[in-house]
Design a protein around this ligand. Structure first.
Ligand code: AGP
Length: 615
């Protein structure tokens, strides 16, 4: 997954491209590049590493580039070929006339490369993209029509792509096309923007066209825009008014976006609650669920598909829905789901969970289940995303833009959405007694202030985190509804500190992982009061007996814990059923403080990207 921007108009293009790429940095940040139309040619500028490096390159060439008003740009997350200048986009055809930027993966690039090399084309990079540059140039040499060459090339390409192409013979034209990767055209007055995502141009225009798969758009400076379907037939594109305000992303005084986003969590829950639960005695309002009472009652299975942090929210969702609604729930990583012959039909509710709403694996899984007739419910932070457009029911979590690559506030918002959804379905199905329902609603309403209490004591968590910052490995254990919390705590730590952290169901320790325990290994036990408390305590004793460095995250006031644990992080009391909403917050903070102490790039950890649009 990479980010693409393009501009054609009267304004200096360099600033527009750089600003756009900055907004797309969440999609990748290992190299960046632009191609700019200058008086006599198309010039390409690239740099390895963060966008700032490209900025420096362009500053050094200011006199060449400052008058250009047509160009395309790219920010890369390497898939084929290491992050380097030569592998950075734009890629140029051998004739030097055609340049291209690409987001996605060309699956048959090896075959294309072989075919083109046999024809005499010379490849400079290891990327899959370069084969498309040569392929379009080769076809163009024969047909002398750029949009037609793009159509013809698209028919030969397998995989996912969003492409922007410029050619020296058409100085005022950008051609764009896509398949299974996002591409949006911003329509300004006498100017057009092309981008992988809205933030890249929202400060310039709120009018946009979401290009459909296999369409080819021809954007020209003469203020014209032509969109053709896959057969080259002109279509009238739908210009949408975007429900977006330009947001200036600020850390608001926090050292990193991640810390700011952790602090936003109480207010996010308050926002989600507004209009949905008024009081512990009122019914849950969830108009977003477009399933009528009959279909809801007929559901015999729920499948939840997601990746990464969203998968952990989904795993907790299983506990919540099965407990309250008595419907069997399967949870699966999207990347596995799509290659299995799943039992999915009209009576299956398929829930896709995704912060970005663009994750390729989840999107593909959703499309597959749709074909099988399932109702698709999407839980996402991006109501304008590709997944949202596939939804029969859309639960928008409204966590606001999450900048830090490590998901925090979007996770808690997804989790909270599962509670609301399960309570809503339980009310309709009558699977939970009134009294229990009101108790749960009361507790839900109390969550924001409990999270605030944890945040007030963040200095204690910081002190504890620092004690373990130099460990090489870290183990998180839990049981029951907090087992996925252990997975999520471990994921947060490894993502941003690169420490080898693993989450286990505590009962599994003795089946293998216990062999790793000695006096160097920290074991953090998520010990929340409730049905598995005593069992987990015994598992923690077993770890202590192997000399592990023991940390408890607990809402218990049990005195026994002082002997067993080297460090205890206390959180406010909470019902076991809702405890994942509370227990995750100190784990986010531990990961943050360790990474910050180690001097890591917290918001943009190595090798990752915020939106994973490749399978
Ligand atoms: C979260 O911290 C990760 N960066 C990552 O695991 C993420 O949750 C995953 O890629 C799924 O993304 P999505 O929620 O946008 O689908």
């Amino acid at each position: 997954m990479c980010g693409i921007v393009g501009y054609i108009g009267d304004k200096p293009v360099v600033d527009i491209l750089l600003e756009g790429l900055e907004q797309l940095e969440y999609r990748g940040y290992d190299s960046a590049g632009v191609a700019l139309k200058t008086a006599s040619s198309i010039n390409v500028y690239k740099a390895q590493g963060k966008l700032g490096n490209l900025r420096d390159v362009l500053t050094a060439h200011l006199s060449e580039v400052s008058h250009s008003s047509v160009g395309i740009g790219h920010i890369r997350w390497a898939t084929h070929g290491a992050p380097s200048v030569v592998n950075a986009h734009p890629h140029t055809s051998n004739c030097g006339d055609l340049v291209i930027v690409h987001n996605g993966i060309i699956e048959n690039y090896k075959e294309l490369r072989q075919e083109l090399e046999d024809k005499g084309y010379v490849f400079k990079s290891q990327t899959d993209t370069e084969s498309v540059a040569h392929l379009i140039a080769d076809i163009y040499a024969q047909v002398k029509d750029l949009p037609k060459a793009v159509h013809m090339a698209a028919k030969k390409i397998q995989g996912a792509y969003a492409l922007c192409i410029m050619h020296n013979e058409f100085p005022d034209m950008i051609v764009a096309t896509k398949r299974n990767a996002p591409l949006i055209i911003g329509v300004g007055s006498g100017e057009y923007f092309i981008a992988s995502d809205v933030p890249a141009f929202i400060k310039h225009t709120k009018k946009a066209i979401y290009l459909k798969d296999n369409q080819v758009a021809v954007v020209q400076k003469s203020s014209s825009l032509l969109v053709e379907d896959e057969n080259g037939k002109q279509v009238t594109p739908k210009i949408e008014e975007l429900p977006w305000e330009p947001v200036s992303l600020s850390k608001m005084g926090y050292k990193h976006f991640m810390l700011k986003e952790i602090h936003e969590q109480p207010d996010i829950i308050r926002n989600i609650l507004t209009g949905k639960i008024k009081s512990s005695s009122s019914e849950i309002v969830l108009d977003e669920v477009n399933l009528n009472v009959d279909s809801l009652k007929k559901l015999n299975r729920i499948q939840v598909i997601a990746c990464g942090t969203s998968l952990h929210a989904a795993m907790i969702g299983k506990y919540i829905i099965e407990d309250l609604c008595r419907i069997p729930v399967d949870v699966e990583a999207s990347s596995e789901y799509i290659y299995r012959n799943t039992v999915t039909d009209e009576q299956t509710l398929v829930i896709g969970v995704s912060q970005s709403g663009e994750t390729a694996d989840t999107l593909t899984a959703i499309k597959q289940s749709k074909v099988r007739g399932s109702h698709i419910l999407i839980i996402t932070n991006r109501p304008d995303s590709a997944m949202a457009r596939e939804a029969d029911s859309l639960l928008s979590v409204n966590a606001g833009i999450e900048v830090s690559v490590a998901a925090t506030k979007s996770y808690i918002a997804q989790l909270f959405s599962f509670y609301l959804l399960a309570l809503y379905m339980a009310e309709i199905k009558g699977t939970v007694e009134e009294e229990k329902l009101s108790e749960l609603k009361f507790e839900l309403l109390m969550l924001p202030q409990k999270i605030e209490q944890i945040l007030t004591h963040k200095d204690d968590i910081q002190k504890c985190a620092r004690k373990y910052a130099n460990t090489r490995d870290f183990i998180y254990i839990a049981r029951g509804i907090n087992y996925p919390t252990a997975l999520e705590g471990a994921l947060k730590l490894k993502e941003i500190s690169y420490i080898n952290a693993t989450g286990y169901p505590a009962g599994e320790l003795k089946h293998g992982p216990i062999a790793m325990l000695d006096e160097t290994m920290p074991v953090l036990s998520i010990l929340m009061n409730g049905s598995v408390y005593e069992k987990l305590l015994s598992n923690s004793e077993e770890a202590k007996a192997r000399n592990a460095r023991m940390i408890a995250l607990t809402n218990s006031t049990d005195k026994k814990l002082d002997e067993l644990f080297d460090d205890i992080i206390r959180v406010p009391d909470v019902a076991e059923f809702l405890s994942p909403m509370i227990s995750i917050v100190p784990l986010q903070l531990i990961a943050y403080y360790i990474a910050e102490f180690l001097g890591k790039d917290v918001d943009q950890p190595r090798n990752l990207a915020k939106s994973v649009t490749v399978e």
